[in-house]
Design a protein around this ligand. Structure first.
Ligand code: ATP
Ligand code: MG
Length: 410
C-alpha cells in the first residue's frame, strides 16, 4: 500500500517551524512496515490543501494529514477536505454537545469559532480522545483512507498512537521492514565506507547519517518474513561490528553520555569536568542521563586563563609557555578538577571553537581533551571543523568517548 503524509501550515514552508510531525510519522510508519512514499507540505490556503488531498487520494491508499483542524482562521483542513471529496460539511450534533460539555467542565462557554469545530465532511468518522478540542477525523474512500490529525505535535502523537497505529498494526500482519541503527564515534564517513569495503551484506541496505564527530549507520532489511528479516539484520550487524570494533558505542537510541555514565556507574567511579571551549555542554550532556548523580561529581566552566589558574591551579608557566589551547593546559585542567573534587576521573576541554581566535599554528577547530585518573594524566589533540556550535558538540563527543575507551581499557 502506498502511503502519503500531508503536513499543513505556512510556518512549515517558510522555515519558521521544523516539520517534526512528518519526522515522527515517517519513523512510526517505517516501524509499522508502511514506509511513506511521499511527504507533501502545503500552506494554509484552501486551494493548496484541496489540490494536495485530491492528488493524495488518487495515488495513495493511506493518507495521514496533520494540521489546520483548529479554531483559528487559518485552519482550513475540514473545509478543503469537503471540497476535495465533494462532500458537504454537516454539523455533527454529538460532537457539538461533546465540545460544549468539555468547555463547560473548564467553566467556559462555547464561541462560534469553537462551534465550527463540529462541522465535518459528510461521512467522516470522528477519532475520539483528542487532547485538544478538535477531534481527529477518518474518511474512508473506495481506494484510500484519509486520517486527519491535529497539528500540535503532542496532540498529533496522542491521536496517532491511540486511534491510528492500532488499526495500521492490524493492517500489516507481516512486518516486512526492519531497521537498526549502529552509532559510531571518532571515525569519518569516508573511513567507515573504506572499512566496510567488500562487505557482502545480503539484502541489507546500508546508509550513513553523519553528525558531530559521529556517524550513524542505518541497516535496513526487507524480507517477506519477520524471522528472515531479523536473521539478515543480525548477521549484517555482526559483520559491521567486526569491521568497526570500538568505533561503535551503541545501537538504536543509545547515546554516548548514557554509555559513558553506565560504564562509570558499573565501575563505581565518579567524574568531574573542567570545561573551556564546551562552555558547560559536557556537564549538561552527562547530567541529561537519569541517575547521573551516581557518577557525576561536579562541572566547572573555566573560560578565562584567570579561572584556569584560580580554580584549577593550572600553573602560570604552563599557560605562558604553551597557551590555553594546548595539551599541557588540558592535562593540567583535568588534574586540577580531579584534585579539587576528589573524583576518580578528571576530564577537560580546551579549544578554538571559532570563528575568531585562530593563528597559523592554532587553527579554528583545534581542541585538546584532557583526562586524569589514578594511573596517569594525558591529553588528546583533535582538529574539528569551522562551525562553532558543531565544534562544541564534537568536543563533547570526543571527551565522552575518551572516558568510554578508558573505562573499557582500550
Ligand atoms: P490548533 O487547534 O492549535 O489551531 P491545529 O490542528 O489547527 O491546532 P495548526 O494550527 O496547524 O494545528 O498548528 C498548531 C501548532 O502546531 C502550531 O504551533 C504549529 O506550528 C504546530 N505544528 C503544526 N504542524 C506541525 C508540524 N507538521 N510539525 C511541527 N509543528 C507543527
Ligand atoms: Mg490552528
Amino acid at each position: 500500500m502506498k502511503v502519503e503524509i500531508i503536513t499543513i501550515g505556512g510556518e512549515l514552508l517558510w522555515g519558521e517551524t521544523a516539520d517534526t510531525n512528518a519526522v515522527y510519522l515517517g519513523r512510526r510508519l517505517i516501524q509499522l512496515g508502511l514506509p511513506p512514499k511521499w511527504i507533501t507540505t502545503v500552506g494554509d490556503d484552501p486551494e493548496s490543501i484541496r489540490e494536495a488531498l485530491i492528488q493524495a487520494a488518487r495515488r495513495a491508499g493511506l493518507v495521514l494529514v496533520t494540521g489546520g483542524l483548529g479554531t483559528t482562521p487559518d485552519d482550513r483542513t475540514r473545509g478543503a477536505l469537503g471540497l476535495a471529496l465533494g462532500r458537504p460539511l454537516i454539523l455533527d450534533q454529538d460532537l457539538l454537545g461533546d465540545i460544549r460539555e468539555r468547555l463547560a467542565r473548564r467553566g467556559r462557554r462555547m464561541t462560534s469559532a469553537q462551534e465550527r469545530l463540529a462541522l465535518i465532511p459528510k461521512g467522516a468518522k470522528i477519532l475520539p480522545d483528542a487532547p485538544g478540542l478538535a477531534p481527529g477525523l477518518l474518511l474512508e474512500l473506495d481506494d484510500s483512507s484519509i486520517y486527519c490529525l491535529p497539528g500540535v505535535p503532542r496532540e498529533m502523537e496522542t491521536v496517532f498512537e491511540t486511534q491510528v497505529a492500532p488499526v495500521l498494526e492490524k493492517l500489516v500482519t507481516r512486518r516486512t521492514i526492519f531497521r537498526k541503527r549502529l552509532r559510531t564515534v571518532g571515525i569519518s564517513e569516508t573511513a567507515i565506507v573504506e572499512k566496510l569495503h567488500g562487505l557482502r551484506l545480503r539484502d541489507v541496505a546500508i546508509s550513513y547519517l553523519p553528525g558531530p564527530w559521529s556517524v550513524d549507520i542505518w541497516l535496513t532489511v526487507r524480507a517477506p518474513l519477520a524471522r528472515e528479516a531479523e536473521d539478515l539484520l543480525a548477521r549484517a550487524d555482526q559483520q559491521v561490528q567486526d569491521r568497526l570494533q570500538d568505533h561503535i558505542y551503541g545501537v538504536d537510541d543509545d547515546t554516548l553520555e548514557r554509555v559513558a555514565a553506565a560504564l562509570l556507574i558499573m565501575k563505581g567511579a565518579t567524574i568531574a569536568v573542567a570545561e573551556s571551549c564546551t562552555g558547560g555542554l559536557l556537564a549538561s550532556r552527562l547530567t541529561d542521563v537519569p541517575g547521573s548523580s551516581a557518577c557525576f561529581e561536579r562541572g566547572v566552566v573555566a573560560y578565562s586563563d584567570e579561572a584556569k589558574r584560580q580554580i584549577l591551579k593550572v600553573p602560570k608557566s604552563t599557560l605562558a609557555r604553551h597557551g590555553a589551547i594546548s595539551g599541557e593546559t588540558a592535562t593540567a585542567m583535568a588534574e586540577g578538577i580531579r584534585r579539587a573534587s576528589g573524583a576518580q576521573l578528571g576530564l577537560s576541554t580546551t579549544g578554538i571553537a571559532g570563528p575568531a581566535g585562530a593563528t597559523v599554528e592554532k587553527p579554528v577547530g583545534l581542541t585538546f581533551i584532557g583526562l586524569a585518573h589514578a594511573e596517569t594524566s594525558l591529553a588528546e589533540k583533535f582538529l574539528f571543523g569551522q562551525d562553532r556550535l558543531t565544534n562544541k558538540e564534537s568536543a563533547v563527543q570526543a571527551a565522552l568517548n575518551m572516558v568510554r575507551l578508558h573505562l573499557l581499557n582500550r
